[in-house]
Design a protein. Structure first.
Length: 90
């Protein structure tokens, strides 16, 4: 995993857990712990810059902004400008 993926993927995991109807007490507890841990990384400037500049995550940022992950199944795949492939399934 690259530095640019830390914050978006953690937010995706939190969103998934908060919308989970299976084992709500456990998933909410894990989501709360992840939020506390994520705060450490959200304060690190280079991680925010890396996430903002990573072309692989441009669609993920747009979807997270509109919280589309919570509303539908998402399957994103593609290739970055440097030839690296990426895939995000839900």
């Amino acid at each position: 995993m690259t530095a640019s993926a830390v914050i978006p993927l953690a937010k995706l995991m939190i969103s998934d857990m908060e919308s989970s109807i299976e084992y709500p007490v456990a998933t909410q507890a894990i989501a709360n712990k992840l939020k506390m841990e994520l705060q450490k990384y959200e304060d690190v400037e280079f991680l925010n810059i890396a996430s903002a500049l990573d072309p692989c995550l441009k669609y993920v940022r747009i979807l997270l902004k509109f919280d589309m992950f919570a509303m539908s199944n998402i399957d994103i795949a593609g290739e970055s400008s440097d030839g690296a492939s990426y895939e995000l399934n839900r």
